[in-house]
Design a protein around this ligand. Structure first.
Ligand SMILES: [Zn+2]
Length: 151
């Protein structure tokens, strides 16, 4: 499924070039496998799209910061997020920032995270056996993550 995604800023901590703040129009694609229902559908695309859209909305037009990265130092501040990364300090309005439970906001980590979130949301769909989530940050730079769904 194509055409879904979000625009967000990030940096890859520990990467020579990508540690500088920059952004992407991330694309998210999902493939669902399972048994077709009596209508011939595994999942209603409209329902699936709205689930993915909700996940993407959390990240859209935000700065994604990796919560689990040991090199990101949180500095105290009241109404903003202040961080230091390898001696470089940043300050952002709190509402612009989304802390993500990953070591770095890479396509690999985001694919894993979105797959986990989607598995939770798809638990009601008993006929879904497997999902594959693809996250792409620019053409040809993507990662996929597969999950079996146990019902
Ligand atoms: Zn990037």
């Amino acid at each position: 499924m194509e055409g879904l995604g979000f625009s967000a800023a990030h940096f890859i901590i520990g990467h020579k070039k990508c540690e500088y703040l920059h952004g992407h129009n991330w694309r998210v694609g999902v493939t669902v496998e399972g048994k077709q229902d009596e209508r011939g559908l595994v999942v209603d695309f409209l329902e699936l799209k709205s689930l993915i859209k909700k996940i993407c909305e959390n990240y859209d037009h935000r700065l994604l910061l990796p919560e689990k990265n040991p090199s990101i130092q949180r500095l105290s501040s009241k109404n903003s997020v202040r961080v230091s990364i390898h001696g470089r300090e940043f300050e952002f309005p709190t509402e612009d920032v989304v802390w993500i439970p990953v070591i770095n906001t890479t396509v690999e980590e985001l694919a894993r995270l979105i797959a986990d979130e989607l598995v939770k949301k798809l638990s009601l769909y008993q006929n879904v056996d497997k999902i594959t989530v693809l996250v792409e940050e620019s053409p040809g730079e993507s990662a996929t993550e597969e999950r079996r769904i146990k019902t």
